[in-house]
Design a binder for this molecule. Structure first.
Ligand SMILES: Nc1ncnc2c1ncn2[C@@H]1O[C@H](COP(=O)(O)OP(=O)(O)OP(=O)(O)O)[C@@H](O)[C@H]1O
Ligand SMILES: [Mg+2]
Length: 449
């Protein structure tokens, strides 16, 4: 597991050390340059003073004095025998002094630990007077300072450790203080805002899911209770034996109708829960929508005739989609059944299949009717479980209850989601409705036509 304290510690420590090194380099460099300048000005002063003397042989100094003639030959040196010295004509300080009158030059010695500073001046008699001294290089200075530098490093280590542990404690404390039930009310670091927002979004979704589940159970119980109460009522009267044979037959028919309705309802609930459970994968295969539409229309023919509604099918494509046949069949059945059920006398239903090109190719299924239509503010709600616009409307002409449970469009919506299809509705109250489903055509499913 990663440690926040360690992370912060490493960061603070590295920043501290980096700042410390940069500062040290700048400081040592300027310090060193300052002393070098100081030495040069001392050398210059000494040179000025010496140039006034007639003879340097007796001068007592720690610095080295050399006199070079204008050919570069050393004619005097207070530390070495000039006869053993090489010609100095190529030395930088000699060339510069000859040209400009004076020169300041520094050179590293062979070990690089020391540096020699030269000040050279051209005298009136044409010779060059050179004074030099040795100085330690900055590397040696750093080495000499290594002890206090190490102490500072240790100090940086301790301070970063303390800063890291106090900062991570503050962060951990502020996370611990978050009230996960009311995350928006927390006063915390601004950086935690996205985290807080996610928690509150998740809380909201959880509440919504709970509410849907609660409503669903309430609705299921209610929907089951109504037919069961009727069945129980009929059976109770029949049990008393006081009913004649004709009434008995009527009651039996009613009991049969109510139990059929219950079976349909339970079937619908089972289908929905199967679609809802994303973990369950149903076998998908190549499906020809046109064929399914023909079957659906055939099975709803008598129902349509009873309502005097005509159905027309128009297909412009032979493309197939990949899907679960029973689910697709159920979806189309629900849409066409609604288009008949919520139609007017002598109304029409159009079913149209076509291929459309968006960013990808889609198979579009359109179910259009000339029925009663859906008000704008209801168009989203009709996809909710058990939602029916007007419950009294769900009775057919004979006054008997139709099998409507309000689950049909919910199944269509979940089936569409399961097949990555886009479901949309367009409707105008009193004029009719148009439901469309856009199924993506996968390359494998369209090549085998
Ligand atoms: N084509 C349509 N025209 C007008 N209203 C419609 C249409 N389709 C659906 N509706 C409205 O939307 C409601 C929900 O439809 P849904 O198919 O989910 O339930 P249902 O038809 O009442 O019952 P079920 O489909 O379970 O038998 C319907 O009760 C109806 O009021
Ligand atoms: Mg329906």
């Amino acid at each position: 597991m990663k440690s926040l304290t360690f992370r912060i510690f490493i960061n603070t420590f590295l920043v501290g050390v980096a700042v410390y090194f940069v500062c040290s380099v700048i400081f040592i460099d300027s310090f060193y340059k300052y002393f070098e300048n100081q030495i040069f000005s001392e050398l210059e002063n000494e040179c000025d003073y010496l140039s006034l003397l007639p003879n340097f042989a007796d001068v007592k100094t720690e610095n080295r004095i050399t006199i070079i003639d204008f050919h570069g030959k050393v004619i005097f040196d207070n530390q070495t025998n000039p006869a053993t010295m090489e010609n100095h004509a190529s030395r930088a300080e000699f060339i510069e002094a000859m040209e400009k009158g004076s020169a300041k030059v520094s050179r590293y010695s062979s070990t690089m630990l020391k540096k020699t500073l030269y000040f050279a001046k051209k005298l009136k008699n044409g010779t060059v007077l050179r004074i030099s001294c040795q100085q330690y290089t900055s590397g040696v200075l750093i080495f000499a300072l290594s002890q206090p530098l190490l102490c500072l490093l240790l100090l940086a280590l301790i301070i970063s450790g303390m800063a890291a542990s106090s900062l991570s404690k503050k962060i951990a404390d502020s996370i611990e203080k978050i009230d996960f039930d009311n995350p928006e009310k927390n006063e915390t670091f601004i950086e935690f805002k996205p985290f807080i927002k996610r928690i509150s979004d998740e809380n909201f979704e959880k509440k919504q899911r709970e509410e849907i589940r609660r409503q669903f159970s309430a609705n299921v119980s209610h929907e089951l209770k109504t037919p069961l109460t009727s069945i129980s009522g009929f059976a109770e009267i029949m049990k008393s034996g006081s009913v004649d044979e004709k009434t008995m037959r009527n009651f039996s028919q009613d009991i049969y109708n109510e139990s059929q309705r219950m079976i349909l309802l339970v079937n619908d609930i089972l289908k929905l829960s199967k679609l809802d459970e994303e973990s369950i994968t149903m076998e998908k295969e190549k499906i020809c929508i046109e064929e399914i539409c023909r079957d659906v229309i055939k099975s709803l023919k008598i129902f349509a005739q009873r309502k005097n509604v005509s159905i027309e099918l128009e297909s412009h494509t032979k493309d197939c989609i990949k899907g679960v046949p029973t689910v697709i069949q159920e979806m189309i059945f629900n849409l066409v059944e609604n288009a008949i059920k919520y139609n007017k006398e002598n109304g029409k239903v159009f079913v149209k299949i076509e291929k459309i090109e968006r960013e990808k190719p889609y198979l579009k299924l359109l179910v259009k009717d000339t029925g009663i239509g859906i008000a704008e503010n209801q168009q989203e709600r009709i996809f909710e479980r058990f939602y029916r616009i007007d419950k009294s409307r769900a009775k057919d002409t004979q006054g008997e209850r139709t099998t409507g449970t309000g689950l049909g469009l919910s199944i269509v919506k979940h089936g569409a989601k399961y097949h990555n299809a886009k479901l949309s509705v367009k409707s105008k109250l009193g004029e009719g409705s148009e439901f469309s489903l856009l199924f993506p055509i996968s390359s494998q499913s369209s090549d085998g036509r």
